[in-house]
Ligand binder design. Structure first.
Ligand SMILES: C[S@@+](CC[C@H](N)C(=O)[O-])C[C@H]1O[C@@H](n2cnc3c(N)ncnc32)[C@H](O)[C@@H]1O
Length: 264
């Protein structure tokens, strides 16, 4: 099975991700956990765990021995394992989860569904490993709308070079509540409900936002890393202008859609 476009851009050191999109991860994870209704006493699986933002918040609620995690990026899986001793962490993909049927009360995927090579099969696997009465839940960015850093980034990139348009994450297939509800239903998870969560991250100044992009992580970083020096400088100027950011600290908000449904 082939990877989705962009999936390979997470084969980087975990610190690069931490400094880019990872800044939003813990707050988003708390919103996802609340929407899913994760409570002490259950067992949960974090699919596409990355360096472990959601995993860490699940550990805070359930304890390390009741949390498992899986990610196809060896560097991210290793970081998750090191950061969260006691969590069972595997290298693997959503589409073929290394767990028995009905092994968990909750299966969750934060910012992952659009990177699955076969999202219907992947969400179907989340359903398979969740017990009847348990829940399958996910969060995705509102890439086309109010995920500020990524929206401004791709608008700037496409304005400077229309060839970037197909890479714009706003074109991803599952970034509306309706598309998510439809995917949940197609994967056999009934009664899906979608809601919005707005989170935020702080930056010391524009350089603090820009430098992680040069490390090549995520589709946005990979795009920057592949640009020639003059293209990179132009994009840096244009993004700074569009964000209205300077050398002073600032915060950006990011809206995500959260979907959750029950397994029968
Ligand atoms: C945007 S990151 C999200 C990481 C983490 N969940 C978080 O919220 O910080 C997307 C993650 O999806 C993983 N991924 C890519 N393809 C996947 C697949 N087919 N199954 C599961 N995870 C996948 C990547 O390796 C990466 O860690």
């Amino acid at each position: 099975m082939s990877d989705a476009p962009g999936a390979s851009t997470f084969q980087t050191p975990a610190e690069a991700y931490d400094r880019h999109i990872g800044r939003y991860g813990r707050e988003l994870a708390r919103a996802l956990i609340a929407a899913a209704g994760v409570r002490p006493g259950g067992r949960a699986l974090d699919v596409g765990c990355g360096p472990g933002a959601l995993t860490a918040e699940l550990v805070a609620v359930l304890g390390a021995g009741s949390v498992a995690a899986v990610d196809p990026s060896p560097s991210f899986a290793e970081a998750c394992r090191e950061r969260l001793p006691g969590v069972e962490v595997h290298v693997g993909r959503a589409e073929a989860l290394p767990f028995a049927d009905a092994a968990f009360d909750h299966a969750l995927a934060q910012l992952v569904v659009n990177f699955m090579g076969d999202a219907r099969a992947g969400v179907g696997e989340l359903r398979r490993v969740t017990r009847p009465g348990g829940r399958v839940s996910a969060a995705v960015w509102d890439y086309a709308g109010e995920m500020t850093i990524l929206r401004r980034f791709w608008d700037a990139a496409v304005a400077l070079d229309p060839v970037a348009a197909p890479l714009d994450e706003g074109r991803m297939p599952f970034c509306t509540p309706a598309a998510l509800a439809e995917l949940w239903s197609a994967a056999g998870v009934s009664g899906a409900e979608a809601s919005a969560a707005v989170v935020s991250a702080g930056y010391d100044g524009f350089e603090d936002l820009w430098q992680p992009l040069e490390l090549g992580v995520a589709p946005s970083g990979a795009y920057v890393a592949a640009l020639p020096a003059d293209g990179r400088a132009a994009l840096k100027r244009e993004l700074r202008r569009r964000l209205g950011a300077g050398d002073a600290p600032f915060r950006l908000t990011a809206r995500a859609w959260i979907v959750t449904g029950e397994v029968h």
